[in-house]
Design a protein around this ligand. Structure first.
Ligand SMILES: Nc1nc2c(ncn2[C@@H]2O[C@H](COP(=O)(O)OP(=O)(O)OP(=O)(O)O)[C@@H](O)[C@H]2O)c(=O)[nH]1
Ligand SMILES: C[C@H](OP(=O)(O)O)C(=O)O
Length: 219
């Protein structure tokens, strides 16, 4: 099975612009990529990062030892991923997004071992955080309610399709509120990077929040 990890290398995580500078967004994105790749390697796979640009050039911290091959493809996400999907029966390709900072080998194994032509780990808010494709006619269409689109596309090409219920794989880190989950449940580079940048938990009566300086640091 090939495992592809799409990565927007140049201006990642724009939806975090209210809390992180461009350089910080790049640093956090690269820390999350490192965590995802490390979890995939622990499952015994050899992931390929499908990056919009070279990671050696505009290098951020921590990528010199990334345990993955990097392929540069500057086409838009959907096109770049579709170019990597199976074209023959018997081929399997997994697509795991680089912003799944809570991904663990156990959660990924559940995704990989589910039995269907198309296995989807939905993201909160309608996205598709991870996919396994075992059907030569299935193609992706990211953005918007891509989860619904992918269920429909699977049906249209006659592929069996299941979605898996995983808190860890459903939590992609897109918006400031998502940083809470990294500090609550993450134990990799992404969580460490956020702490280095001064983020901590704000624990009150309602939902836990994050703030920069002043929040509670993890032990
Ligand atoms: N190869 C490739 N990966 C992409 C592209 N756009 C997004 N990604 C990756 O796809 C995953 C989901 O990305 P999004 O959350 O939609 O986009 P993002 O660039 O990370 O963040 P925003 O700028 O806030 O939308 C992440 O792993 C991104 O790094 C693209 O055009 N090409
Ligand atoms: C790529 C996109 O990611 P989101 O914008 O939902 O994080 C999707 O899953 O369709």
């Amino acid at each position: 099975m090939q495992v592809v990890v799409p990565f927007a290398a140049e201006t990642p995580k724009t939806r975090l612009e209210s809390v992180l500078s461009p350089v910080e967004r790049s640093t956090v994105a690269r820390a999350m990529l490192t965590d995802v790749v490390s979890a995939l390697v622990e499952t015994g796979h050899e992931p390929t990062v499908l990056s919009t640009a070279s990671l050696a050039d505009a290098n951020g911290p921590g990528l010199s030892s990334l345990p993955a091959a990097v392929t540069v493809d500057d086409r838009p996400l959907t096109e770049a991923v579709n170019a990597r999907l199976p074209t023959t029966v018997g081929e399997t390709v997994a697509v795991v997004m680089a912003d799944l900072a809570l991904a663990t080998p156990t959660a990924l194994e559940r995704l990989f071992s589910a039995d269907a032509d198309v296995v989807i780990a939905p993201g909160r808010g309608g996205g598709t955080n991870a996919l396994v494709v075992r059907h030569p006619s299935f193609r992706v269409d990211y953005h918007g309610a891509s989860y619904l689109d992918h269920v429909r596309i699977a049906r249209e090409v006659g592929a069996s399709c299941v979605s898996i219920d995983s808190f860890r794989l459903s939590t992609d880190i897109d918006e400031p509120g998502d940083l809470v989950e990294v500090l609550l449940h993450g134990d990799g580079q992404a969580a460490a990077t956020l702490e280095e940048l001064g983020f901590g938990l704000e624990i009150d009566e309602g939902r836990v929040a994050v703030s920069r300086s002043g929040g509670v640091r993890r032990q």
